[in-house]
Ligand binder design. Structure first.
Ligand code: FES
Length: 150
């Protein structure tokens, strides 16, 4: 068993909410829930793998795919849509080379779409991690995303 997983399980075993706490720690340590790690967790905790998968898909905090260091949320709510949100999304998607729901190969960015993040007066809005950008355009986003690259 992976040493890191062994430690995670030791920390949480026997405590209330063991399974969810273990999954949270795996997500934190690996950035997502790798299948081979879930198999080890299932075996160690005596929990069916299917149960871990259903928890992983139910809770939005968990991801079964590798995630980027930064998450880009392009808003496609009504206000953003009518002010060109889809165009900005397309531009960002072309710029980083991935479709919504996917992560760049260098694991820098994950692109997501959202339905309104509560800043409609700034439409079209894009959020990067916790930073909100209003009145976005494809050109503006290019400069913004450059600041997040390492
Ligand atoms: S619709 Fe985009 S912030 Fe509300």
């Amino acid at each position: 068993m992976d040493e890191k997983v062994e430690k995670i399980i030791e920390q949480h075993q026997g405590k209330p909410g063991t399974v969810i706490s273990v999954l949270e720690s795996v997500q934190e340590n690996y950035g997502y829930l790798p299948q081979q790690i879930l198999e080890q967790v299932a075996q160690a905790l005596g929990v069916p793998l299917a149960q871990l998968f259903s928890m992983a898909t139910f809770y939005s905090a968990f991801s079964l795919k590798p995630r980027g260091k930064h998450t880009i949320y392009a808003c496609l709510g009504t206000a953003c849509h009518v002010r060109g949100g889809a165009r900005v999304l397309k531009g960002v998607s072309q710029q980083i080379g991935v479709k919504p729901g996917d992560t760049t190969d260098d694991r820098q960015f994950t692109l997501e779409t959202v339905r309104c993040i509560g800043c409609c007066s700034l439409a079209p809005v894009v959020k990067v991690n916790e930073d909100v950008y209003g009145y976005t355009t494809t050109d503006k986003m290019r400069g913004i995303l450059d600041n997040y690259k390492e």
